[in-house]
Write a protein that binds this ligand. Structure first.
Ligand code: C5P
Length: 398
C-alpha cells in the first residue's frame, strides 16, 4: 500500500508560472491514493483555470475566503482540520513572505494559519528573487517552524534566466510528500533528548562552557516529533525556539542536566545525548564575584558526571544514542566510546572542519553501532536529524 493511501492533501496554488505543473501534481497524488482538495489564491487563477483542477480532483476548487456558500460547505477551519498535509506548489516569493508574517488575507493563508497539518512548500521564482536576502531569511524562518521545503531546482527559467528557483518536477514533489508520512516510525515512543552546552559556574557572574549552539539537538527534537515520538528536550542555554509539541526542560549545569535526564528516562524508550556537556566544573563556586587582585589564580576543576553513561547503566531497556565529536581517527574513537559508555549507537562527526558541525547549519556524520556503520554525507542539520531518527527507528524495529 502506498504511504499516500487515504491521506488527505490540500494542494495550495499561488500565482506563478509554475502553476501549470500543479495539475500534474494533483493527478499524481491521486494516482498514489491520496484524497486531494485544491485551494487557489486569486492570482493563481490568472495562470491556471480552476475548472481544470476541479475536473482533476473531482471536487470544487476553494478560492474565496469570503464566499458564504463555500464557507457553509467546507469552511477554512474545516479544511484546515481536514488535511493531513498542505502542499503549496508553486509557492511564490510573495506567498512565502505572507506565510512568514502569518497573514490570513486569502483562503489559503487562513487555512495555513489554522492547520495542525504538515505544511510543505515547493518554491518557484526567478533566481534573483530566490537569492534575495529577504527570501533566504524567510525560507530559514519557515524551516525553523517545521515547514517542509521541497527544492527549488536550478536551470533555465521561464524568464530566460539560469539559476536556482525553478519548481521541482511533479513526481519529485509527490515523492517528498509521501516521505513526510513514511516517517511516523516512532509513533507512541517516549524519547528524551539532551541538547546544547552546559554552564559550570565559577562565581555568580562567570562560568565555563563551550560553543555548542544546540542546533543539532533541536533539529533532532523536531524530527522525532515529526516521527510521532513523545519528546522531552532537556536543553542547556541556547538561543533557539523549542520545536512545538515537545516538553522542554531548561537546565544550566551538567548536574541539573543529569538530574533531569535520569528522571525523564525512567519511563522512556529512547535517549539521544546530543548535549555538549562541559567535561569539568569548578570544585567550589565562589559566593561573591572573584576580584582581580592577583596576577594569576588557580581554578581547581573536577570531572562532571557522564550523563549518557549513567542513564545507559541505570535503564537497561533504554535505546541509547550518543554523539562523538572528534578531530581525528573518528571511527575508532567513536567505537571506543560506544563500548565504554554502553551505548546502542553513536553519531560521530569531525569537529575540526569549519564548514560543518559546531555553530554551522550543516553537518556530516557517521552512524555507528556494534555491528554496522554508515556515513551521512554533508547535509542540513534538519535533514541529518531526520536520517538519524530513521536509523533509530530501523534499529528498534529489528
Ligand atoms: O566523552 P564525550 O564528551 O566525547 O562524549 C560525548 C557523548 O557523551 C555525547 O553523547 C554527550 O552528550 C555525552 N556526554 C554526557 N555527559 C558528559 C559528557 C558527555 O552525556 N558528562
Amino acid at each position: 500500500m502506498s504511504t499516500l493511501s487515504n491521506k488527505r492533501i490540500i494542494v495550495g496554488i499561488s500565482g506563478g508560472i509554475a502553476a501549470y505543473k500543479s495539475a500534474e501534481i494533483v493527478r499524481r497524488l491521486q494516482d498514489a491514493g491520496a484524497d486531494v482538495r485544491v485551494v487557489m489564491t486569486p492570482s493563481a487563477e490568472q495562470f491556471i483555470r480552476p475548472l481544470t483542477l476541479q475536473a482533476l480532483s473531482s471536487h470544487p476548487v476553494h478560492a474565496d475566503l469570503l464566499d458564504p456558500e463555500a464557507e457553509a460547505g467546507m469552511g477554512h477551519i474545516e479544511l484546515a482540520r481536514w488535511a493531513d498535509l498542505i502542499l503549496i506548489a508553486p509557492a511564490t516569493a510573495d506567498f512565502i513572505a505572507s506565510m512568514v508574517h502569518g497573514r490570513g488575507n486569502s483562503l489559503l493563508n487562513a487555512i495555513i494559519l489554522a492547520t495542525p497539518a504538515i505544511v510543505a512548500v515547493a518554491p518557484a521564482m526567478n533566481q534573483g528573487m530566490w537569492a534575495h536576502p529577504a527570501t533566504l531569511e524567510n525560507m530559514a524562518l519557515l524551516e525553523q517552524r517545521g515547514v517542509r521545503i521541497f527544492g527549488p531546482d536550478s536551470g533555465v527559467q521561464a524568464c530566460g534566466d539560469i539559476g536556482p528557483g525553478r519548481m521541482q518536477q511533479p513526481q519529485e514533489i509527490v515523492d517528498q510528500v509521501a516521505s513526510c508520512f513514511a516517517g511516523q516510525s516512532l509513533s507512541g515512543k517516549k524519547l528524551v533528548l539532551t541538547a546544547g552546552p552546559t554552564r559550570e559556574a565559577i562565581d555568580p557572574v562567570r562560568y565555563i562552557s563551550n560553543h555548542s549552539s544546540g542546533k543539532m539537538g533541536y533539529a533532532l527534537a523536531q524530527a522525532a516529533v515529526e516521527a510521532g515520538a513523545q519528546v522531552t528536550l532537556i536543553s542547556g542555554p541556547v538561543n533557539l525556539i523549542a520545536p512545538e509539541r515537545c516538553n522542554i526542560v531548561s537546565v544550566i549545569s551538567a548536574a541539573d542536566m543529569l538530574e533531569a535526564t535520569m528522571q525523564a528516562c525512567s519511563d522512556a524508550d529512547i535517549l539521544i545525548a546530543a548535549a555538549a556537556v562541559a567535561d569539568y566544573r569548578p570544585v567550589t563556586v565562589a559566593a561573591q564575584k572573584i576580584k582581580k587582585h592577583d596576577d594569576a589564580i588557580n581554578l581547581e576543576l573536577e570531572k562532571n558526571p557522564d550523563i549518557v553513561s549513567a542513564a545507559a547503566s541505570e535503564y537497561s531497556n533504554l535505546f541509547v544514542v550518543g554523539f562523538a565529536a572528534e578531530t581525528q581517527d573518528i571511527e575508532s574513537y567513536a567505537r571506543d566510546k560506544l563500548q565504554r559508555k554502553n551505548l546502542d549507537a553513536i553519531v560521530a562527526n569531525d569537529v575540526s572542519r569549519s564548514d560543518v558541525g559546531f555553530n554551522s547549519d550543516d553537518n556530516e556524520a557517521a552512524w555507528i553501532t556494534a555491528t554496522s556503520s554508515k556515513v551521512f554525507g554533508k547535509r542540513s542539520k534538519t535533514q541529518l536529524a531526520r536520517d538519524i531518527i530513521s536509523a533509530i527507528a530501523d534499529q528498534i524495529d529489528d
